[in-house]
Design a protein around this ligand. Sequence first.
Ligand code: ACO
Length: 427
Amino acid sequence: MTDTAKITLGDVSVDSPVLKGSVGPDVIDIRKLYAQTGAFTYDPGFTSTASCESEITYIDGDEGVLLHRGYAIGDLAEQSSFMEVCYLLLNGELPSGDELADFDNTITRHTMLHEQLATFYRGFRRDAHPMAIMCGVVGALSAFYHDSTEIHDPRQRMIASHRLIAKMPTIAAMAYKYSVGQPFVYPRNDLSYTGNFLRMTFGVPAEEYVVNPVVERALDRIFILHADHEQNASTSTVRLAGSSGANPFACIAAGIACLWGPAHGGANEAALNMLREIGRPERIPEYIARAKDKDDPFRLMGFGHRVYKNYDPRATVMQKTVREVFDALKVNDPVFEVALQLEEMALNDPYFVEKKLFPNVDFYSGVILSAIGFPTTMFTALFALARTVGWVAQWNEMISDPAQKIGRPRQLYTGPTQRAYVPVDKR
Ligand code: ACO
């Protein structure tokens, strides 16, 4: 028997079905509430609202658990590869050896961009933020790949998904190359997805670029850690944009725009800037005090999360990866020591303990990316690159869901009630 939740409003009482997921909190189905009671629910920021049904990713924020298709993020980060995780997110199961080789080959063979897109870059100022370029270029893909924009054809949807995953490193690397005034570097099919991206970013035609395997593995792991995160702001943006039937390239461009904000994907850039500003461990207490001060808008960047009220499991892997990269590249950046001590001090401070504020994935990722050589402006572009698979997997799931409707929230209107128009000479 289905459980029901009784909602009473004045004289009207309705029974709303309570839906059960495979794991996680129950969900009250209020789809008929307005028709039955004439009232809406109010939930700005969606803190208590599930916007869709999904089989892709599960998060238990209290326990610090993140599962993709049932597999723990720690296991995937340790034992899997980004290509394998892409396959898993898109198809629901881990690939066999042959399936993985086939998928890898498909992605590798979609990495080149239409040559005319190179001229598109030249329309941007050299100091354009890579995310500004990414929004523009990814949106423009729909003008170049007309044969994969029929969203009701599953095959075209999959081709668009492969194209987006494959081309994103090329697009991001070209944005970087453009900003530093170096020639674009074409993809090479004998390199891994991540090795290829490193070469397209840091390689120059004047000499052969040798991929450092430790850096390649670290970056691949960072991509895994960012691959999907259920219905976060940018993914919800992709779903909302896609709910109107917009083409996949336009939807992913919308996701990139949302990700850019400092409360979301921009946080790793903001976290590293903050750590550099703090500069040395002696200054940490001053910044902790500012973060706690209600009259100061400053927040500890890379701390806190809407869903995680425990240690973000991705931050654990990140912290370990910082050490590996620093050892491999012989980096000695005081910023890591500042990060470690700041984390320890915050985790022992009653303000952060009571509010359950823990380091999130962004707290350490900037430190690693900076050690690898990426400028801070590229951090969010890297996040977009990795999250593309999550966006397309969620978008595909939405389009194939028979219950899918255009997303259209309602509102609590508090503006003026109807009033008479007064001509300008009478005001
Ligand atoms: N530093 C200091 N105080 C904080 C912080 C922080 N980083 N984060 C939250 N708080 C406080 C808030 O002031 C608030 O206090 P109050 O209850 O006394 O008003 C309380 O903790 C709850 O914070 P909210 O903003 O209501 O929580 P919400 O779930 O809306 O926000 C968010 C989550 C946006 C991530 C927030 O913690 C934040 O701004 N963190 C810093 C930015 C950041 O690291 N973003 C990355 C998120 S992860 C990602 O996108 C991959």
